[in-house]
Every structure is written in structure tokens, then in C-alpha cells.
Design a protein around this ligand. Structure first.
Ligand code: SF4
Ligand code: SF4
Length: 336
């Protein structure tokens, strides 16, 4: 679809939010009591932040919840009855004000969840999602979107992309049919585009992802992995905050005769992640787990999914308790 460009004034943005929230759930970033930025469903418009650099957790929860029931069951002496989850009850959700890196991650998640067999849960949630993105007008040293082929104003993954103008109004790019349906519904709030300058931050390139991918072809046995992961404590935080990490565990939980099977986020950084029932663990030490994380995102995924597994949001670096900085490591890896 050809992109339509419009102007939306600051006061009209609030009207748009209120209009949309009458009929749909909205998932938007707010500043929590501990000053961290987190996504919440249906916050008051006045609580939404338009100035954050990154939320602590990404927005992936909206299509890949931290914990998701797959089915429920009832056991009797002779049989089990399984009750499927009615996916048609998954509501329409608008993701509001997520930055371009987070929005670009949805296609990457799709390449994982729909790689061989389509994951119906993920697909239905993505189908019901409309993304109103927000270009970045601030960045910090952890950001490296430009090193992985993105930019602070990338429109990938957004249905509408807003960019703040110098006077506080917003430039709106309507990019998809989903975005167009919002334009049609609230046309009076959109005006002809102005010539005001957009406030977009600069993010300096840190490494070449093509060179990293090439280097990884011969780096499997390199001492780099041990040297650079000695301080990793295997807490898994890097995977939990990441917008593209998609590993999950499946568990059954029962109470009396009733139970449920659910999946929950998992991390390849955990020692138990690959532990076999026999006691054998193919990734015995943390350096092997760190290598897996980098290999998966920058070598296996480009080969298998035709996309990188990283959008350069910098969350894993800013959230790591021992300051493992992925961009610095990739920069160093490029030079080995
Ligand atoms: S967040 Fe840091 S310490 Fe924790 S597993 Fe990831 S790299 Fe290791
Ligand atoms: S690997 Fe780190 S920088 Fe890359 S997308 Fe995940 S959290 Fe962001």
C-alpha cells in the first residue's frame, strides 16, 4: 500500500486515543512507580510517556505473553478431557507509542513462530494487533539499531508511524490497511501534512552485521566466547527483556482433577535449558550458552529465517546485572 502522510495535532492525538480506547484494548508505555518504563493495558492518556528511550521489557508480551494457557483439562479415573482455548476470543489490541526497534521485532518473531508449523496463538494475536509506532527523538549509548539495518525512524512493523514535530504536533505515516482503517474511522483528526521538521535522534553505527555473520562462520571454537562471558551469571534477563527472543517452556499444572498446560518465557542462558533427563548437558558451561545466543541471532537466523535475531534496542545490555554489552562484544567479535 502506498504511504499516506498526515498531520495530527497534539490535542487531536488525545482525542484519537480516547476514540480508539472505546472499542479496543490499548497497550501503551507508562512510567511506573519505580521510574521504570513499562507497558500497560488501557492506561490514562496523561500517564503515557512519549519521551522514553526504551521500556524495561519490550512490547512482545502483546503477541507472546509471558505465560499463556494452551489448553485446560479434566482427569477422571479412565480418561482426560481436553478443552481448547477459544482463539476467537483474543481481543483486538492497539500497541501505542512503541519505538521502531520494537515494531520491527514482530516480523522477526513471525519468522520464528511461523517458520515450519504456524503457531496459532502467536498468529492470532498478531492478526489482531494494530501498531501505532513512535519514531525516536532520543537515544543513548546502548542503542545500535543502525548497525542491524534499522533506524530511529524505521517504519517496519508499524501500521501508523508517528514522528514528533518541533512544535509538538505529529507527522503520521499511514502504512498499511490496518492503519488506513484508523484513518477512515477518525479522518477528522488528521490534517494535511505540514512542512515542520521532525525530531529524530541519531544512532551511530557500531559494527557491520554482515561482517559479524561472516565472522561467525569460523568462530565456533574461538577462545573469544570464554574470554567474553566469564562474568555472565546466567540470569536469563537478556532473553526476558529482548523483543525477539522466543524460547519458551511448557508445563502442566493440576489442582485435583483439573489442570492446565501453559507455556512461559524461557532463556538459553539458563544452565537447565538444555539439560537432558539423562543428566547430559550439551551446553555445559556459560560460555557455550552465550555463544548460542549470539550464534542464533547473527548466524543461524540469517541462514534459516532470512533475518537477524536482533533489532539493536540495547535492552539486554542496559538490563544485564554484570554489564555484558552485546554491541561492544559484536564490535570485538568483528575484529577477531
Ligand atoms: S543478562 Fe547478563 S548475566 Fe544475565 S544471562 Fe544475560 S548476559 Fe548473562
Ligand atoms: S539481543 Fe539485545 S539488543 Fe538485540 S534485540 Fe535483543 S535485547 Fe535488543
Amino acid at each position: 500500500m502506498e504511504t499516506t502522510r498526515k498531520l495530527i495535532r497534539k490535542q487531536s492525538l488525545e482525542k484519537l486515543y480516547k476514540l480508539l480506547s472505546e472499542t479496543r484494548k490499548i497497550y501503551a508505555p507508562v512510567i511506573a512507580a519505580d521510574k521504570q518504563v513499562e507497558y500497560k493495558y488501557n492506561p490514562a492518556f496523561s500517564d503515557i510517556t512519549f519521551d522514553h528511550i526504551r521500556s524495561t521489557l519490550s512490547a512482545k508480551n502483546v503477541v507472546f505473553p509471558k505465560v499463556e494457557n494452551l489448553f485446560t483439562f479434566t482427569n477422571s479415573k479412565t480418561e482426560s478431557t481436553i478443552n481448547d482455548i477459544d482463539l476467537n476470543k483474543i481481543p483486538e489490541v492497539i500497541l501505542w507509542g512503541a519505538h521502531p526497534c520494537d515494531n520491527a521485532a514482530f516480523d522477526i518473531l513471525r519468522s520464528i513462530f511461523c517458520w515450519d508449523i504456524t503457531d496459532e496463538f502467536f498468529s492470532k494475536r498478531l492478526e489482531k494487533l494494530v501498531v501505532i509506532g513512535l519514531s525516536c527523538h532520543q537515544s543513548d549509548d546502548y542503542c545500535f539499531c543502525t548497525s542491524v539495518g534499522l533506524a530511529p525512524e524505521s517504519s517496519k512493523g508499524s501500521d501508523i508511524l508517528l514522528s514528533r514535530l518541533q512544535n509538538g504536533d505529529y507527522h503520521a505515516q499511514i502504512l498499511t490497511e490496518k492503519g488506513n482503517s484508523i484513518l477512515n474511522m477518525a479522518g477528522e483528526l488528521f490534517e494535511p501534512v505540514s512542512a515542520e521538521k521532525e525530531l529524530i535522534t541519531e544512532v551511530k553505527g557500531k559494527f557491520s552485521h554482515e561482517q559479524v555473520t561472516e565472522k561467525l562462520k569460523t568462530a565456533f571454537e574461538n577462545p573469544f566466547w570464554v574470554e567474553n562471558s566469564l562474568r555472565c551469571i546466567g540470569c536469563g534477563a537478556c532473553a526476558y527483556v529482548c523483543p525477539t527472543c522466543a524460547c519458551f517452556d511448557i508445563q502442566d499444572e493440576t489442582k485435583g482433577k483439573n489442570g492446565k498446560r501453559y507455556r512461559s518465557w524461557d532463556s538459553c542462558g539458563f544452565g537447565l535449558f538444555t539439560l537432558h533427563t539423562s543428566g547430559h548437558n550439551p551446553r555445559e558451561v556459560q560460555s557455550q550458552r552465550w555463544r548460542q545466543r549470539i550464534m542464533h541471532k547473527f548466524s543461524y537466523m540469517p541462514e534459516r529465517n532470512e533475518s537477524l535475531g536482533c533489532v539493536g534496542c540495547g535492552r539486554c545490555s542496559s538490563g544485564c546485572p554484570v554489564d555484558m554489552n552485546i554491541a561492544e562484544q559484536l564490535e570485538a567479535l568483528q575484529k577477531i
